[in-house]
Design a protein around this ligand. Structure first.
Ligand code: 7TS
Length: 411
């Protein structure tokens, strides 16, 4: 069992007060707070080992390269990948999805092809595909969701055909918290010869993930939502696919040779091995060190326990919200397959106004579309307020949220 009271001691920011009240941080789906272990690992890196990677023979460069590679190894283990060949470090989940979209489009994906997304996707998994489709001429289609925000699997099955080259879905919705059945989605995609790209931004930080078991081909996620610093993210890709994929960013680090050919006046380029082929330029080494420490911290807690803790908080929050006059929450009910995210509205109050009022109680929530406008459109909403939980959140904090909502309701 997770002990959130103990965990809180590792997070210096949680000692802050806002408007004279203890900080209640319920905006974890936007970004998580950082434990002292991660902060110190990053500081230690800059104090003791800082150098560029893979390009110096000196001691510091060797140490930095070793740390950087070890970070890839530990991330690979964390998600059940075969090895570092399958782990590409990016800036965030957004860049990871763009990498797949642009790289795949350099070889293949054209008129006659289709890419299937869902209406519950984050803009990060919509905009890259729409943008590339305009240049390459393939079609983007959207699988529907029901009124609770749950994916329409039969609809998806009808949408995916032999023309479908990719099915790209969020694992967990950042608005309703709905968790998609990836094994079922992978089967539908693979039966039609399509690959599966998963946006794991809201799942990898919160539950055990095994890419092999889920049968997926790509997985994108961000370090900053899982205790690591901002500016470091991950793309997992199956080795055999990555080997044939063209990198969309070119520069140093990602090449083995750039040979000037006098006879025709061009440069002949051979790419570096995986995963470096996809990591052009100087990477975020300090961020990678922070991510490695974050992964160690989460493994130390145990991802099953992390998931259980958030699930308990979510079920508790949903039940308590039911008791507040004028509140409507979205997504399937307590006990269903959903992550630690609860979005709601209060009758007669704009979501941003409600979030501002909650801020005066020291409660940090997000309001608006949460970069998922099509989902809100589908549910007939002009925005929502979102409370999202993590390892350091307490039932007592949910009680304070309920008390604040009751007070706001009274006016
Ligand atoms: N996919 C999902 C499902 C997300 O929730 C987010 C971020 C992203 C992708 C993009 O992550 P990034 O690190 O590349 O920006 N979601 C949110 C959110 O819900 N509130 O702020 C950021």
């Amino acid at each position: 069992m997770l002990n959130p009271h103990r965990i809180r001691e590792d997070f210096p920011i949680l000692r802050r007060e806002i408007e004279g009240k203890p900080l209640i941080y319920f905006d974890n789906a936007a970004t998580s707070q950082k434990p002292i272990q991660v902060i110190e690992a990053v500081r230690r890196f800059y104090e003791e080992h800082n150098a560029n990677v893979h390009r110096g023979v000196h001691t510091l460069s060797q140490e930095a390269s070793e740390l950087y590679e070890r970070a890839h190894e530990e991330v690979a283990e964390f998600i059940g990948a075969e090895g570092i060949e399958e782990i590409i470090f990016t800036k965030n989940a957004t860049e990871a999805i763009n990498l797949v979209a642009y790289s795949l489009c350099l070889r293949g994906l054209g008129p006659g092809d289709e890419v299937v997304l869902t209406l519950m996707d984050h803009h990060s998994n919509i905009v890259p595909w729409e943008n590339v489709s305009r240049v390459k001429g393939f079609k983007v289609k959207y699988a529907d969701i029901n009124d609770e925000g749950v994916l329409d699997y039969e609809g998806l099955e009808n949408l995916v055909t032999k023309r479908t080259k990719l099915v790209c879905v969020a694992h967990v919705s950042n608005v309703t918290g709905v968790k998609n059945d990836l094994r079922r989605i992978s089967k539908i995609a693979h039966d039609n010869g399509a690959m599966v790209v998963v946006d794991g931004a809201q799942s990898v930080p919160h539950m055990p993930i095994d890419v092999e078991r889920l049968g997926i081909d790509f997985l994108a996620f961000s370090g900053h939502k899982m205790l690591a610093p901002t500016g470091i993210g991950v793309l997992y890709g199956r080795q055999d696919i990555l080997r044939d994929m063209e990198p969309f960013l070119g520069g140093g680090e990602m090449i083995r040779e750039v040979r000037y050919n006098k006879s025709d006046g061009t440069c002949r380029i051979t790419y570096n091995e995986l995963p470096w082929k996809f990591e052009a330029g100087t990477p975020n080494v300090g961020g990678a060190v922070g991510l490695m420490e974050a992964v160690r911290y989460l493994r130390g807690l145990g991802m099953e326990d992390v998931e259980r803790h958030e699930s308990e908080l979510t079920n508790y929050a949903l039940k308590r919200l039911d008791g507040v006059d004028g509140i409507k929450w979205y997504g399937p009910g307590p006990g269903s397959e959903r992550g630690g995210i609860v979005s709601f509205n209060m009758d007669g109050l704009d979501p941003h106004d409600l979030a501002l009022l909650l801020d005066q109680f020291g409660i940090m929530v997000r309001s608006g579309f949460h970069c998922a406008e099509p989902l809100h459109q589908r549910l007939g909403l002009r925005g929502s307020v979102r409370a999202s939980f993590y390892i350091y959140n307490l039932k007592e904090e949910v009680d304070k949220l309920i008390e604040a909502l009751e007070e706001i309701r009274k006016g």
